[in-house]
Design a binder for this molecule. Sequence first.
Ligand code: 5GP
Ligand code: ZN
Length: 115
Amino acid sequence: MAEGCIFCRIAKKEIETQVVYEDEHIIAFKDMKPRAPVHILFIPKKHITTMNDIGEEDVSLLGRMFLKIKETAGTHGISESGYRVVINCNKNAGQEVFHLHAHLLGGRLFSWPPG
Ligand code: 5GP
Ligand code: ZN
């Protein structure tokens, strides 16, 4: 738990969210400002600040998180139409919350390259 971290507080249920999936190590919840019909955030319950901070010890945790992203895309009916998984890191990517999270976005067409 990092002091003042909003996603640590969500993981500890100190802040209410629409939880989509949860296990011992991961929690997924709806983004409060959805950018697409499906917009779900996946976080490790453990505080990791950015992509730059992941380590060898996180490999199975993050692998499992990606498996759950795939499964959630399936349960939300966007596997075939397609979806985007985004992890923003630091300023140039526009990271706003400094607790590692993956966005699962789907249900509409996305442009490429991203803005
Ligand atoms: P970032 O730009 O850091 O990759 O994205 C942070 C995301 O977290 C944004 O899409 C924002 O809407 C979402 N977010 C920020 N605070 C909260 C919150 O308290 N609850 C929920 N459900 N989403 C949040
Ligand atoms: Zn945190």
